[in-house]
Design a protein around this ligand. Structure first.
Ligand code: BGC
Length: 772
């Protein structure tokens, strides 16, 4: 700290302004005169994406920048340094295992250090609001608690390895249409409870070094220029103490951005430097703002720069094994009519679809990894097959995913002659475009045609899916099994083979609801926005909160996933049945593996609030835990809730919880509650009641203090007799739909004057204040 202050004192205004934007697209400005090195940063969310030599390249040739603007063209990928491709966010979240995210994060940090990278631009952690969002595959879940926990695990892992993490894209970056100017219009309650809550959890729990402001606007203000988001919420409310940086070219007005609390604008911008110098000189940007930005940059750079540091050797074998382990935990077995796992008795298996030989386990854009060592599903299936089992491969569709009738017919023939058909199908992202959202939930048509053709001739058809976001499964009733591999990285081929042959027990659980139809999704009517606005009309009812409230039957519910074994839940226990806030409560129960194969269960705790003043979802995920159990093994699982878990966001006054009864529901997914316990909450954070002359009687009379002062006053003024007061009078008052002053004015024949209304209101508010 001392060192930073010393440097700051020596820096000129021009130097300070220069430090607040990059030296190149991927590097901060070095200041050797002060002993300040530069820091290299790189994408991305499921591994390291670093283009050869890009750190030092000045990208100022317009023609080249336009012509070669691509992250995942073959040319771009060829320039990307090979690294381990771990599961994309949407896949990793299926593990419901923050500890796994921690391991993956630490491994990515090793790969960063080996390349001299000091900050990773990830993880991405926006909420998955809609299945067609182009970058949904990078993000974790439709639920903020799960998103926040996974992101916290990833951040802790990356930073434990000595590399800075940067959570992104803050906030409400939930669609990729008109990416940099769409206005996400979100009501305050949904903003805090749903869209910010995951970020808040990750910030409080894992203390990421940096937060990246999003491209979009939030409620009319560019995210990177929003003082509300960058200063009031992030720093003041959540206590964030790191660097606030922009997404690449997300700042439209540098002056507004730095005034709002941005510290670092990327990529390099000369105009940003000029604006900062002029702004400090003319007083429109407080000098302290600029100092604070430099302080944050220096803190990060001095701690995390890898310049001149020894570069570790990466144990690529170990990283590949981790990628396999992660992929295995991410695969979700959605359907199994008993066909899986394939036993040693199976002698003839058809493996269909080009994806079995050329898997698409990786996302695109700035999350595109040049995978070092992809496992090929077909090869892994063959390597693990029981002796004497014959595997026959047919591409089923062309290498560029087109239907070829001859390939289709051949696949159907081979499938019909086999005992089991494994069909590889998938859904990929549209080509880079200014509207990067997916256009449909359907699989690539040629892969879907293959599923249909095979299912028509082979009852033991198992579909293996590669997809970054949810897909439609119109063929679900015609197949015997579905294993969703998601974009689970370079180990997905091995993971798939191990699960198919029963060497691994699938344990992935859905971090989103899979809808039956796109039309059933919560944001269907508004996604991806109209004109320049994107209204989040479903409010707090995102994901399962919507399906549950509207009683919409999903294809597969939030939290769902099958196993090859069974788990029994028993002996629920609450650490207390009456909780006074602030405080914590523990729900514990026994979970037993009652089957014959070792496996992992994800125990999920949902809270149902029965007493809130504002409407609440049917249930909300508050805690979860992945537990591994040998056959017959039993473990007691503990899930903790703290004060905040009981709260909802009241737009009038912030986080509140009401006293009353709550249900703690535990089970293997959101629609399968096995255990339920009641808890009485005594809250210290109920919404404060404030009286106005226009307050309605229901609100007034339900507050005991307000009620007492109100009746005392009316008696004192001779408007009521004491014996008239009681529950019957309360109920009649509550039927009246005018506010207090207007009603009493008419109902007392003008004996209750406006001055009395003011006086009474003041008395009530004084009595309420005295209580606090
Ligand atoms: C993306 C970010 C990424 C940055 C640098 C932007 O276009 O939105 O996620 O980190 O580019 O590649």
């Amino acid at each position: 700290m001392h060192q930073i202050e010393e440097i700051l004192q020596k820096m000129t205004l021009a130097e300070k302004a220069r430090l607040c934007t990059g030296a190149t697209h991927w590097k901060t400005v070095a200041m050797p005169q002060y002993g300040v090195p530069s820091l290299v940063m790189a994408d991305g969310t499921s591994g390291l994406r670093l283009q050869q030599g890009s750190e030092d390249k000045e990208e100022n040739d317009l023609y080249e920048n336009v012509m070669f603007f691509s992250f995942d063209s073959e040319e771009a990928l060829a320039r990307t340094i090979p690294s381990t491709c771990y599961p994309a966010g949407s896949a990793l979240a299926c593990s419901w295992n923050p500890e796994l995210a921690r391991e993956v994060g630490a491994a990515i940090a090793e790969e960063c250090k080996a390349q001299g990278v000091g900050m990773l631009l990830g993880p991405g952690m926006n909420l998955r609001r809609h299945p067609l969002a182009g970058r949904g595959f990078e993000y974790y879940s439709e639920d903020p608690a799960l998103s926040g926990e996974m992101a916290a695990g990833m951040v802790e892992g990356i930073q434990s390895g000595g590399v800075a993490a940067c959570i992104k894209h803050f906030a409400c970056n939930n669609a990729d249409y008109k990416r940099t100017w769409i206005d996400s219009v979100v009501e305050p309650r949904a903003l805090h409870e749903i869209y910010l809550a995951g970020f808040e959890r990750a910030v409080r729990k894992a203390r990421p070094c940096a937060v990246m402001g999003a491209y979009n606007k939030v409620n009319g203000v560019q995210a990177c220029e929003s003082e509300e988001l960058l200063t009031h919420i992030l720093r003041e409310q959540w206590g964030f103490d790191g660097l606030v940086m922009s997404d690449w070219v997300a700042v439209k007005n540098s002056k507004e951005a730095f005034r709002a609390g941005l510290n670092f604008q990327m990529p390099p911008s000369k105009s940003c430097v000029d604006v900062l110098v002029a702004g400090v000189e003319d007083g429109s940007i407080p000098a302290e703002r600029l100092d604070e930005s430099c302080r944050q940059i220096l803190k990060l750079v001095l701690h995390y720069s890898k310049e001149g540091k020894e570069r570790p050797q990466v144990d690529w074998q170990a990283h590949h094994q981790l990628a396999r382990k992660a992929a295995a935990q991410c695969a979700v077995l959605l359907k199994n009519d008993g066909v899986l796992p394939l036993g040693p008795g199976v002698k003839k298996v058809a493996v269909l679809g080009n994806l079995a030989k050329k898997p698409q386990f990786n996302g695109t854009g700035c999350a595109a990894i040049n995978a070092r060592c992809p496992d090929i599903p077909f090869d892994e299936l063959a390597a693990l097959a029981a002796p004497g089992c014959q595997l026959q491969f047919v591409p089923g569709y062309t290498a560029d995913y087109r239907t070829d009738p001859a390939l289709l017919a051949e696949a159907a023939k081979v499938a019909a002659e086999a005992e089991v058909a494994l069909v590889f199908a998938g859904a990929f992202l549209p080509p880079e475009d200014d509207d990067f959202n997916r256009k449909t939930m359907a699989l690539e048509p040629a892969t879907e045609a293959l599923v249909e053709a095979v299912a028509a001739v082979q009852p033991n058809t198992v579909v293996l899916l590669y997809n970054g976001e949810s897909v439609a499964m119109p063929w679900i009733d015609r197949v015997a099994g579905v294993l969703d591999l998601w974009f689970s990285g370079e180990g997905s081929g091995r993971a798939a083979a191990e699960i198919v042959w029963g060497l691994q027990n699938p344990s992935g659980r859905l971090p989103v609801t899979l809808p039956k139809r796109l039309e059933d999704t919560p944001a269907y009517l508004n996604f991806p926005g109209a004109g320049d606005s994107h209204f989040y009309c479903e409010g707090i009812y995102a994901g399962y909160r919507y399906y549950d409230k509207k009683r919409v039957e999903p294809l597969y519910p939030f939290g769902y996933g099958l196993s090859y074994t069974d788990f029994a839940y028993s002996e629920p226990r609450l650490s207390t049945r009456e909780l006074a806030l602030p405080g914590r409560v523990c729900f514990s129960c026994q979970v037993e593996n009652t089957g014959s194969m070792a496996g992992a269960e994800v125990v999920q705790l949902y809270l149902r609030d029965r007493c809130s003043k504002l409407p609440r979802p049917e249930r909300e995920l508050k805690a979860f835990c992945r537990v591994e159990l040998a056959p017959g093994e039993k473990k007691r699982v503990e899930l903790w809730l703290d004060s905040r878990d009981f709260c909802y966001y009241d737009p009038a006054c912030g986080w509140v919880a009401d006293s009353g009864e709550y249900l703690l529901q535990v089970g293997p997914h959101s629609r399968d509650i096995r255990l339920e316990e009641r808890l009485q909450l005594v809250s210290d954070r109920a919404a404060p009641f404030a009286m106005t002359t226009d307050t309605h009687y229901t609100d007034l009379l339900e507050n005991p203090t307000a009620r007492r002062v109100f009746y005392d006053y009316l008696v004192e003024k001779g408007l009521l007799l004491p014996e008239q007061i009681g529950p019957a009078l309360d109920e009649h008052f509550k039927v009246i739909f005018w506010g207090m002053a207007q009603h009493l004015d008419g109902a007392t024949g003008d004996r209750f004057t406006p001055a009395m209304a003011e006086e009474l209101t003041e008395k009530i508010n004084a009595a309420l204040a005295a209580e606090r």
